[in-house]
Design a protein around this ligand. Structure first.
Ligand code: FEO
Length: 394
């Protein structure tokens, strides 16, 4: 137990070894944490739990340091298994303790755990007095699940935000001012781009609603990663930027290649972009971690995607990237396509169509050359890059 505020403790778990999350979908190269909090007021309140592989470690620690029979109520801000996975093991020991969560939370907990515990539904504005403190609930529907909510601890100026403002980042320290700031923000934006980006419109409205509530706070404690103690508004401001069609004006050239024809085209396009002063990245999708690649796409204003044509289609790594761009619902981006081909040459046309389907505005016709591009053809790719840079500025 580590005290984060007067009589409020972090009682979570650090998962140093985690490298994949949501099954194998998301990379977590810096591990993660499952933050759980304990409020020792006149009532003792447990907020969220930990992922099931840690249930024994987590519950045994609570028993030793708090005494399970001393827990008066449990808040489930979010029922996803990384936060509610230990609930079953905990409730076997204290089956009658009331659980407070949203209406959707009850449904999701029941579907995961198949138990009818002592549920108490809360909605935005509802509160519970615990003694000196008062817990105020704010529903965060679809941020990122239907049941998500945050708990504001009135009297402690503390927001327990669950997934929002979190990072998959295990550090020996607990607070943002005790860790490497670059690493922290890299993990925070990776979390946002990969998990929260599709809900940016909802998030913007929610941040405005919370702002209008005038909650006085000086600490935001999410359910993953470090706690925002130093200038916690900075991450709220970042989220407000990120949720509004965010980009940094850069270009991501994402490609795959078989015999380096498409790779040479990517390099020539980058040359043209650079000549016009555009910062760009060349990313080979087949050898790049998908979750990190998503961050580069999230930061980019322009997405230029290239693939050779294989079996009348694009290479599989490019298929995955195009699907990811679509499902993450990135907004306000422009794009184009390119690739080398041998005979049929469908790939750039398919890419252009899929970019359009994903909401990316294709601002110029695709370019493609047969097999290994000549010097003259590569010069046309440089020109393609220059034109793209100019069109981005229009
Ligand atoms: Fe960290 Fe949505 O669970």
């Amino acid at each position: 137990m580590i005290e984060i505020k007067n009589n409020i403790y972090w009682v979570g778990v650090k998962d140093w070894d985690l490298r994949r999350f949501h099954g194998h979908e998301l990379s977590t190269f810096r591990g993660s944490t499952y933050n759980s909090y304990l409020i020792k007021d006149e009532k003792t309140v447990l907020v969220d739990t930990a992922w099931s592989p840690f249930k024994e470690e987590y519950v045994d620690k609570l028993e030793k340091e708090v005494g399970l029979k001393n827990i008066d109520l449990i808040i489930v801000n979010h029922a996803e298994i990384d936060h509610s996975g230990s609930l079953g093991y905990l409730m076997e020991r204290i089956p009658d303790v009331p659980i407070y969560c949203t209406k959707n939370g009850v449904d999701i907990i029941k579907k995961h755990h198949h138990k009818d515990w002592n549920f108490n539904v809360v909605k935005t504005g509802d509160s519970i007095k615990t003694g000196k403190y008062e817990l105020v609930f704010v529903e965060m529907q679809m941020l990122h699940w239907p049941d998500s909510m945050l708990t504001y601890v009135k009297g402690a100026d503390l927001i327990l935000s669950n997934d929002a403002f979190g990072q998959h980042y295990a550090a020996p320290a607990l607070f943002n001012d005790e860790v490497d700031e670059c690493e922290l923000f890299q993990e925070a934006i990776k979390y946002y781009a990969n998990i929260l980006a599709p809900f940016s419109g909802i998030l913007k409205k929610k941040l405005e609603q919370i702002k209008a509530m005038n909650l006085s706070f000086d600490m935001i404690a999410p359910s993953h990663g470090v706690i925002w103690r130093k200038n916690p508004v900075q991450i709220v401001d970042k989220y407000y930027e990120w949720c509004q069609d965010y980009n940094e004006g850069t270009v991501a050239i994402v490609f795959d290649t078989m015999w380096e024809g498409t790779k040479k085209m990517a390099e020539a396009i980058a040359k043209g972009l650079n000549e016009k002063g555009k910062k760009c990245k060349i990313i080979n999708a087949s050898v790049t971690d998908k979750s990190d690649l998503v961050v580069d796409i999230f930061k980019a204003k322009g997405i230029i995607v290239g693939s050779p044509t294989v079996n009348n289609n694009v290479l599989s790594a490019i298929s995955v990237v195009l699907e990811e761009i679509k499902s993450l619902k990135f907004k306000n981006k422009v794009g184009a396509a390119f690739g080398s081909y041998g005979w049929s040459g469908e790939a750039p046309k398919i890419i252009s169509q899929k970019l359009t389907d994903a909401g990316v505005k294709v601002i110029q016709d695709y370019i493609q050359f047969k097999f290994n591009p000549t010097e003259e053809e590569l010069e046309k790719c440089v020109e393609f890059g220059r034109n793209f840079a100019e069109k981005m500025n229009e």
